[in-house]
Ligand binder design. Structure first.
Ligand code: ADP
Ligand code: MG
Length: 381
């Protein structure tokens, strides 16, 4: 995630994608009108987590929809204030200021829960996703005015300070109030946390929970192009959601997915980067080298059913980043071992994009002209 305001390059791209996706929604709502006489759709746009956030809700009661969308937006801001490394008062920034603090830091249940999931995903992906990449991310400064290519020694000295295995999470109870749980965190090796690759997903989970709590049945949450859809589209059909063509014109899709109650999250090297001497340095790092991952993939989209479990969007977010770092072969092996995770892996082919689509998505994906299926795309996992 790009919590600062310097990621406008990719935000702009994603903003256009978002507008196109919402054009789909708008059409759907127009259809809703004829079916139910009083069509209503409410949309809220804001800038949060370093990107455009758009919440669109469809239903019958305008005041209720407005209240629901406002509450979902407030939830995203609340979570950003807990997790952002760019907000000095956030819980993550506080830990980073003194990672090895004696006795650890006390954090909210939300931060504890997200760190717990982040450690689980780090383990599950063999460290391809690693929430302790913070020092490396800040050294390179991709997306900021101080972006630069550091020398090998600088990178090495910070790599020694990454590694999720040294983060400790534990719970105690409040001596004065035994029913109250206290959540604690410490980073034993002085690691700096960065939840940029998982927090937008967590915010989407939070927003979805709030919308459902308000009785919303049909909605689309778009956080910088990462999509969560509630229910079916207002026409009672699957939503049709475009996947941005990497490095293509804004809003041009290489595939459209049909989905309802789902999370669709994409990571790619085209989203945020700088160039020096003709080389592109992007914002997704290989934790083994401390350099932008040399992936043979250009984008990874992870898809899961939203209702299968709370926390799905956060997991999808972490996995999109991790599978990008892994590259095609390792990502495929991961997908074989995790049949609950559906994905679209896109690589540069000779003439356009080549995509691998997991079995569960095969009937839901429509490829655009110029996109071809990889030969083994239909293999059973
Ligand atoms: P985006 O924020 O563009 O949607 P990602 O979800 O892939 O993209 O998150 C990228 C962000 O995550 C980076 O800006 C950085 O803060 C952090 N990050 C980069 N590489 C890793 C990694 N290997 N593991 C965990 N976090 C990472
Ligand atoms: Mg991610």
């Amino acid at each position: 995630m790009d919590f600062d305001n310097k990621g406008l390059r990719f935000s702009k791209r994603k903003r256009v994608a978002a507008v196109c996706v919402l054009a789909v929604l708008a059409l759907a709502c127009a259809g809703f009108g004829t079916a139910l006489k009083r069509p209503l759709s409410v949309r809220r746009d804001t800038f949060a987590m370093g990107t455009l956030v758009r919440i669109s809700v469809c239903g019958r009661n305008k005041a209720e929809l407005e209240a629901a969308a406002a509450a979902a937006e407030a939830e995203i801001s609340r979570l950003e204030e807990l997790f952002s490394v760019h907000i000095a008062s956030s819980e993550i920034a506080r830990i980073n200021a003194d990672p090895e603090k004696e006795g650890g830091h006390t954090v909210s249940a939300e931060t504890y829960g997200l760190l717990k999931l982040a450690l689980k995903e780090a383990e599950e992906t063999g460290g391809a996703f690693d929430p302790t990449i913070g020092a490396v991310v800040s050294l390179w400064g991709v997306g900021s005015e101080r972006a630069r290519v550091p020398d090998g020694a600088e990178i090495q000295s910070l790599l020694d300070k990454t590694g999720w295995a040294k983060v400790r999470l534990w719970q105690t109870s409040n001596a004065a109030k035994p029913s109250e749980t206290i959540y604690r965190v410490s980073a034993g090796g002085g690691q700096k946390l960065d939840l940029g690759a998982i927090a937008k997903g967590c915010a989407a989970d939070g927003a979805a929970r709030v919308l459902r709590g308000h009785g919303v049945k049909s909605a689309l949450i778009n956080i910088g192009g990462d999509l969560t859809v509630l229910g079916k589209s207002p026409r009672g059909r699957d939503w049709r959601l475009g996947l941005q063509l990497p490095d293509g014109p804004h809003g041009e899709y290489f595939a459209v997915l049909a989905a309802s109650d789902a999370v669709i999250i994409t990571s790619g090297a085209y989203e945020r980067y700088f160039e020096r001497d003709g080389v592109r340095y992007h914002h997704i790092f290989d934790t083994k080298t401390g350099r932008p991952a040399k992936s043979d993939l250009v984008s990874v989209t992870i898809v899961m059913g939203r209702l299968e479990a709370e926390g799905n969007a956060a997991r999808c977010d972490a996995l999109a980043t991790a599978l990008f770092v892994m590259g095609f072969e390792k990502a495929r092996a991961f997908l074989r071992a995790h049949p609950e995770v559906q994905a679209v892996l896109a690589a540069e082919g000779g003439e356009g994009l080549e995509v691998f689509i997991t079995e569960g998505l095969k009937n839901r994906a429509e490829l655009s002209k110029g996109t071809t299926l990889k030969a083994d795309a239909g293999e059973k996992r």
